[in-house]
Design a protein around this ligand. Structure first.
Ligand code: MLT
Length: 263
């Protein structure tokens, strides 16, 4: 499905009914990331999954992007779909940065948060320099070069060895991002604000999920989120890396289902 927003056409998927659950993918991914949740949780909520600008089938809008802009795109989608009740906002990795920006701007529209494989802090100077290097690589060599460099770290070492279908699937999803989307997202992540002060302001139920073997964002970041958000629960999924919802879909879905029932 597609919807015309102010400056681009946004692609999204919507399935199920009931409590709205907005699902925001990470970088450089698309809504296809949520396929196991779209299938496994269709009876549990009204699932709404956008392709962020520049990603998946949304238009390859040139940057610069900011986390607040991506959050505004999500809010515009909810308005267009006439979602008036508060939503549970789920974000994985960069999607978590967007979810925290969404909370800062639209707290009254949030019924709960699901923060998966993400963190509160901003980039270190070294991390920022790496964003610039990756953006230069994407401009010079295209998205495939980014996929090549990132893919082995997106999954746990065990999944990377033993789950070729999941590896191929992750690779395919990452390959649908545009150069504009990759560069826009990299610069938005590079300049994202430190969300640590936001954590103490969050008073909505929050589920924090993290893969025990995440090679991109270590599980201690999930513990920091848990320590900072009063009303939060933390679940570390074994044998899962950064894309824990693809690697351990049953455990992930079970945790989300129980969380949805609790609010
Ligand atoms: C993501 O998966 O969204 C990104 O790897 C997050 C990041 O690079 O900070």
């Amino acid at each position: 499905m597609q919807i015309q927003l102010k400056d681009f056409t946004l692609a999204y998927e919507e399935r199920g009914e009931g409590k709205p659950l907005l699902m925001i993918h990470g970088y450089p991914l698309s809504r296809a990331l949520w396929e196991p949740q779209m299938e496994g949780l269709v009876d549990a909520a009204r699932l709404i999954a956008p392709d962020l600008r520049g990603h998946g089938q949304s238009d390859p809008v040139p940057g610069p992007y900011r986390m607040e802009l991506l959050a505004d795109d999500c809010a515009a989608l909810l308005e267009a779909l006439k979602v008036t009740q508060p939503v549970v906002v789920a974000g994985l990795s960069m999607g978590g940065y967007v979810a925290l920006a969404f909370y800062r701007k639209y707290a009254a529209r949030v019924a709960g948060l699901i923060l998966a494989a993400t963190r509160a802090g901003a980039d270190s100077p070294e991390g920022q320099a790496n964003r610039d290097k990756s953006a230069a690589l994407a401009r010079e060599k295209g998205v495939d070069a980014i996929v090549e460099a990132m893919l082995p770290k997106m999954l746990s070492p065990k999944s990377y060895e033993a789950k070729p279908k999941v590896v191929a699937w992750a690779k395919q999803i990452m390959g649908t991002a545009s150069v504009e989307g990759v560069v826009g997202a990299l610069l938005a992540m590079k300049d994202r604000p430190d969300s640590t002060p936001t954590l103490a302001q969050i008073d909505k139920p929050t589920l924090i999920l993290h893969g025990a073997d995440d090679q991109l964002i270590p599980p201690k970041e999930a513990e920091t989120l848990h320590a900072g958000i009063k009303n939060s629960t933390l679940q570390i999924l074994p044998e899962a890396g950064h894309l824990l919802n693809l690697e351990q879909p049953e455990g992930f879905n079970q945790a989300v289902r129980s969380f949805l029932q609790s609010i």
